[in-house]
Design a protein around this ligand. Structure first.
Ligand code: TRP
Length: 344
């Protein structure tokens, strides 16, 4: 058994309008991992174009994700921030993985089924191959830990299946080339914290997203203090007071969502939120949550705007990050090309 250095990789699609789900489910959790791991945080623009993106909007959205990483506290000097398309090795390894992954595995992906819906004959081939590119992102850097939201768990399982099949299929070649028996690691998702799945503020059966019908359903990372507070005060809840135990949130989707958001923003557990607010109604809880959210989110929005006002600086950071990522990626690809039998 080989051992792999602890390394974190994660990515966010630049498809416009980052929201609280992106922040609590991903970006906020990227920050503390920097203390213990070498981290690579990617703006996955190749993934974004699996559905149509207006080119000018894509540029803007790429800046926005990079600005969010920076504003939240990712350190681009100690760690790496870059956009995926600047490191061609992602696309190259994804192609090889397209030849490792099986149709049946891909057809089981629930995110694809949800996104394609009844339209499955008319979505891009890229959307179908999406998880294979994601596996390439992670395995190019032999990342051991991948902080993601709950919804990405199945893609991580597929990533491990691809790694394992590659290690097996090419076992003889791997050893002929004097490389480790386990060439690729079996990367683990890191799905922790009270808000790995943030729900719509208007409908507790749906994920928070930028495509909600009502603008009041989604808190955007660039929202100003007034909008944040208004959306929370108007959020759907129920007439019951909050329970004093987490178990009491069962079946109360909207209440559980708001408690989860509070816990994640305050860096405490849901139980600690209920220790404080159990027995109190939403008339008390919502204003407290609104105040907390404004307190935690408004400064980040301000910092994001400061970065967004300097796109040249953002692009310089992305380019420097890409230069460093490329060295690591090429190191892996040199070996992969040999293992597969490509002459170079
Ligand atoms: N699929 C992820 C999402 O939609 C984004 C992503 C692409 C990603 N590549 C990744 C996440 C690699 C973690 C690691 O949220």
């Amino acid at each position: 058994m080989s051992s792999f250095a602890p390394r974190v990789f994660s990515g966010i699609k630049p498809s416009g309008d980052l929201h609280l789900g992106n922040y609590l489910g991903a970006i906020k959790r990227f920050v503390p991992l920097q203390e213990t791991h070498a981290c690579i945080y990617c703006v996955v623009d190749l993934h974004a174009i699996t559905v149509w993106q207006d080119p000018q909007d894509l540029e803007k959205a790429t800046h926005e994700v990079a600005a969010a990483y920076l504003a939240a506290g990712v350190d681009p000097e100690k760690h790496i921030i870059f956009n995926q398309s600047q490191v061609h090795q992602h696309a190259e390894l994804a192609w090889i993985f397209n030849c490792v992954a099986r149709m049946g595995w891909m057809q089981r992906m629930t995110q694809f089924k949800d996104k394609a819906g009844k339209n499955s004959q008319n979505v891009s081939l890229g959307l179908f191959a999406y998880p294979s590119l994601m596996a390439a992102d992670i395995l190019l850097y032999k990342a051991t830990h991948v902080p993601v939201g709950e919804d990405q768990k199945q893609h991580l399982e597929l990533t491990r299946d691809i790694a394992q099949k590659f290690n097996n299929d090419f076992a003889a070649s791997i050893s002929r080339n004097h490389l480790d028996g386990d060439f690729f690691p079996l990367s683990e998702p890191v799905i922790t914290g009270p808000a790995t799945r943030v729900l719509s503020l208007r409908d507790g059966t749906r994920k928070m997203s930028k495509s909600e019908a009502s603008d009041m359903a989604t808190i955007y990372m660039l929202d100003d203090a007034d909008s944040i507070a208004r959306k929370i005060r108007k959020a759907k809840s129920d007439p019951e007071p909050l329970p004093s135990e987490v178990a009491g949130l069962k079946g109360r989707l909207e209440a559980a969502n708001l408690v989860g958001i509070y816990a994640a923003l305050a860096d405490i557990s849901q139980q600690e939120v209920l220790d404080q607010f159990g027995g109190k109604g939403f008339g008390t809880f919502k204003p407290a949550l609104a105040e907390l959210a404004v307190d935690r989110l408004a400064p980040i929005a301000m910092e994001m705007r400061r970065y967004l006002a300097e796109p040249d600086m953002i692009e310089k950071i992305l380019k420097e990050g890409a230069d460093r990522a490329r060295v690591m990626a090429e190191d892996t690809m040199k070996q992969v090309r040999k293992i597969v039998g490509f002459i170079s």
